[in-house]
Write a protein that binds this ligand. Structure first.
Ligand code: SF4
Length: 345
């Protein structure tokens, strides 16, 4: 049976207004965890490896291949690839977010940093002003690190990088900067799952909690709806690499807040377009039935699909129930579902 651990009634990802929050700088430091736990990036920071990784990654911007598009553009000299990103990070919003999975949001919220641009082009993207229209502000690497510290000062459980793939080098450098100034929170990498293994290895022992999507099991659908070439092979290679790094155990602290592990998100689409049974079966069979799954029913038409014959509606209660049955049929054992609201179908 599905463990209905908590029915997340909503898991909204509304675009936030441009950040204006400026907390007092005096609240940057956190006391050490009572049981001595600390995130892996602190060890890498102290040894200098984090800085070395950041330097190497920043050099890679001159011939960018930080996602499977492998554009090969020189982002340090004005070049732009499919994601639209340049040399400096662009942040659309940063704030406390309370509607992620329970071990991520906890009671104090997740310190979410929304990056502008995306390696995908989802026609139904709810955040298209940020992901596809470039809404956001260019910030320095140092300022990005300070945002992390300010979110830490607000009491967030973690720092949650949303749509981070095209800014991996800048994130590494910013984490190194912030670690030197007192950052102690676990880092969450919240991604479409369209990743290269090479980029994920740069993040090994830097990212603590992986939050990848597994969106599709059909390449033609993934390309047509979301603009991802060869999504399935790249997504599955990425999931394997993440699994290699952290396995199927979701490590929690004494308050049930995640410290390390992976949670795979899957958004159920109308008309079976996400092929949920195949996605879930692959995870159970090729990774582990113990992998935590977040099975999301929150799809609603947005952006380019308002009048689409299939994507122009929410999913039905029957479609979500079928997804839950697919979860059981795959033999999966851990995860979260959302209490489907019939009134919204
Ligand atoms: S991160 Fe952007 S520029 Fe680099 S390969 Fe991916 S889409 Fe192209």
């Amino acid at each position: 049976m599905v463990k209905r651990q908590l029915g997340r009634r909503t898991l909204t990802r509304k675009p936030y207004p441009a950040s204006s929050f400026q907390p007092p700088a005096s609240s940057f430091q956190l006391p050490a965890s009572s049981d001595g736990w600390e995130p892996g990036y602190l060890t890498l920071h102290r040894s200098g490896e984090l800085a070395a990784r950041a330097r190497a990654a920043m050099a890679g911007l001159a011939d960018c291949a930080f996602c499977p598009h492998a554009c090969g553009v020189d982002r340090t000299d004005g070049g732009r690839g499919a994601c639209g990103a340049g040399a400096e990070p662009v942040v659309a919003s940063w704030n406390v977010h309370r509607w992620e999975e329970p071990p991520i949001s906890g009671t104090a919220g997740s310190g979410t940093i929304f990056f502008s641009g995306c390696t995908g082009k989802c026609k139904f993207c709810q955040n298209y002003p940020i992901s596809q229209l470039g809404y956001g502000n260019v910030v320095s690497v140092e300022r990005l690190g300070e945002m992390m510290l300010e979110l830490q000062g607000r009491g967030c459980h973690n720092i949650n990088f949303v749509t981070p793939t095209h800014f991996v080098p800048q994130i590494l450098a910013a984490v190194d900067h912030a670690a030197g100034l007192g950052l102690r929170l676990p880092l969450v990498y919240n991604t479409s799952g369209y990743e290269t293994v090479a980029a994920l290895r740069l993040l090994e022992d830097v990212v603590d909690i992986w939050l990848p999507d597994a969106k599709y099991s059909d390449d033609a659908v993934a390309r047509r709806i979301s603009g991802f070439p060869n999504y399935v092979a790249n997504n599955r290679a990425a999931l394997r690499e993440i699994f290699r790094q952290v396995g199927d155990e979701l490590v929690l602290d004494e308050h049930g807040i995640a410290r390390r592990g992976m949670i795979v998100r899957h958004l159920v689409l109308p008309g079976g377009l996400a092929d949920t049974p195949s996605v879930l079966h692959w995870i159970a069979a090729e990774l582990s039935p113990q992998v935590h799954i977040s099975l999301m029913d929150q799809y609603f038409p947005a952006y380019k699909v308002l009048n689409d014959p299939v994507l122009g509606r929410k999913i039905t209660a029957e479609e979500y129930e079928a997804a839950l049955e697919a979860f059981d049929a795959a033999g999966l054992e851990n995860g979260w579902l959302q209490e489907h609201d019939d009134a919204c179908t």
